[in-house]
Design a protein around this ligand. Sequence first.
Ligand code: GLV
Ligand code: MN
Ligand code: MN
Length: 398
Amino acid sequence: MTASGLLAEIGDVGRDPKRGGYSRHAFELPEQELRAWFGERALGLGLDVDTDHNGNIWAWWGAPGPDAVVTGSHLDSVPGGGAFDGPLGVVSALSAVETLRERGFRPGKPFAVVVFAEEEGGRFGVPCLGSRLLTGTIDADKARGLRDADGVTFAEAAAKSGFDPSLAGPDPERLGLIGRFLELHVEQGRGLIDLGSPVAVGSTVIAHGRWRFSFTGQGNHAGATLIEDRADPMLPAARTVTAARRIAKSRRAARATVGRLVPTPGGTNVIASTVDLWLDARVPGDGTRALVDDIVDAARQAAKEEGCRVEVTRESYSGDVVFDDALRRDLGEWLGGPPELPTGAGHDAAILAGFVPAGMLYVRNPTGISHSPEEFAEAGDVEAGANALTDVLERLAR
Ligand code: GLV
Ligand code: MN
Ligand code: MN
């Protein structure tokens, strides 16, 4: 089946009733449904499916072994995300296997399609959790203790859906099988619109991280408390949001975002007791620390002026990544010289790049919008991406 046909098959799974788009979070029902769907599709292609101790699904064409060619992406989403971020890489990989079979191709190397778990960190807060666990770039105990918005831990959610969380953690044996990893992904910006090309080869991923700011004040009555008597944690939280924008704007190519802010208890006539906000900060090179330090200073100052306290915790961080030079060169040559694109988005391929030769292909997104229901790819570009993936996998796995 074509990649578009496969995408259409999951078009009703996990629709978000509030924002539109999709909410497919780790171990929740829609994501479980997608896992089952992937397993069935992979079995239908004659692949052997197994799930590793970190919740990543592997579908092997032939026996697992060293120097494997591995391709894939993720099926989870951000809240109210688009249809393509993650699933496009998975359906393109499945479609590539089918096409290669039709061509009579038999891989000369071990070959696998992988679906990584919790790539967005949409439920437990840390992005690329499955690939971080696999590579040991997150401590397994820390991962087990991560909590979702309802206080459920990763360990509890994993156990409930049939995984043994005590086994989660670095998997050097499996990692050691990967010879080269290639992830196809929808583009998440305007790069390919401007370049007039349906497909690009990934060059770099900029450093990025997430920080949690917890402001504590005095919960109180919205009518009975005079303004001068307040310690309202919403004030320093709001000032932190604007400080993040102001400070990021003053640095080249820096991005700082507050996309999530939770007052407790969250009542219209209640001065909140606490406000938690999450900062996503990204700066090419090593500028992220200085950017975040300045935002933290602004938050502390704002908290002090309001008689509040603030605690800051780093939840994740990944440095700059340059994808494998030799693989980039090969991809470029085999695909007839498509453009190379840097990205500000994080990916499992970028986590793996610290351990194995990894690369990416991007497919044009005519809206230039992502992490939103407006994310899109034209059917013709989806097929161009799947064809490019098929051709390079054939060469890699010869
Ligand atoms: C994942 O898409 C990220 O860049 O946050
Ligand atoms: Mn994403
Ligand atoms: Mn993605």
